[in-house]
Write a protein that binds this ligand. Sequence first.
Ligand SMILES: CC(C)(COP(=O)(O)OP(=O)(O)OC[C@H]1O[C@@H](n2cnc3c(N)ncnc32)[C@H](O)[C@@H]1OP(=O)(O)O)[C@@H](O)C(=O)NCCC(=O)NCCS
Length: 330
Amino acid sequence: MTVTEKIINKAKAAQKTIVLPEGSEPRTLIAAAKVLADSIARPVLLGDPVLIEKTAADLGADIKGARVIDPVDKESAGYYAESLFRLRESKGLSREEAAKLILDPMYYAVMMVKCGDADGMVSGAVHTTGQMLRPALQIIKTKPGINCVSSSFIMELPDKTYGEDGVLIYADCVVIPDPTDEELAHIAVTTADTARTLCDFKEPRVAMLSFSTMGSAQHESADKVRRAVQIARRLSPQLCLDGEMQFDAAIVPEIGALKAPGSSVAGRANILIFPDLQSGNIGYKITQRLGKADAFAVLQGLARPCNDLSRGCSSDDIVKTIAITAVQAG
Ligand SMILES: CC(C)(COP(=O)(O)OP(=O)(O)OC[C@H]1O[C@@H](n2cnc3c(N)ncnc32)[C@H](O)[C@@H]1OP(=O)(O)O)[C@@H](O)C(=O)NCCC(=O)NCCS
């Protein structure tokens, strides 16, 4: 069974309510119809109900079981605007600004999740990562004990040689451009949690990547990774984590044994933590294109799940992301 199939089965068992703020967007409507038909989750579509009905009918998408909410509806918008004002008052948000912000479907959806009226949110077929992330960061905030929101990419390779039967998890490839050593440590611990929850990794083995292996090179950027290893070990003493190490030392057993003898991770890592966003984002795209890996992104570290789509996503990608969000909510 593929990782995606496992996640979809878990989502079906969880039966969560997932709000889709881009409710009249065609790929989103096709995805919502599939999610309903296969009982993967309970979708809530935000938008003008007349437009949603008409677009769905034109597409032949059966969304009869979905709840449709018009975010400009006076009563619910008033309630969420007041809650938003109270949450952000200390940050200087006025009641009038909150009333305007809530008309943005991203803010409305995030407030639904915050207030417990939805278990999670999926968007980004139309909006940018920043437009989706900002309200989530401001309102949902991080899980207790985690100091930052970051992302994981689940990479499923056709070649089963490396990682967990061909599955590797990369982080952070989307959110934090230049993480501090503390943030890097939290990214490692959070990614191990994602690996257990979504991919059923029994033993997450985390390699903290660098251009240096166990002190082979001296540079401030390698020192940062070394400090992150120490912090991560304090945060999660049971976690199988090691570094700093180069990519080949992390995944190739012979090279791991040569460059990092005695390491419990070197040569058998199934989670790769990149030192910054440039290397993480480049790394996942190289694996996706040259390694022909299936790649899907997950936001992690939020107190309640919100996930971002690529603007080039297909309706199947949206279904997959709804399932991931439902599993995270469970
Ligand atoms: C995530 C991102 C959108 C935040 O941008 P921003 O709005 O300028 O962030 P700010 O520094 O103003 O912070 C806004 C709020 O989010 C919080 N925040 C920012 N980054 C955070 C993180 N990684 N984890 C937790 N909270 C975070 C801040 O603490 C702040 O909270 P507050 O308003 O309650 O004080 C920005 O880091 C970003 O653009 N990252 C790269 C995204 C990207 O383009 N990726 C490539 C896509 S493939």
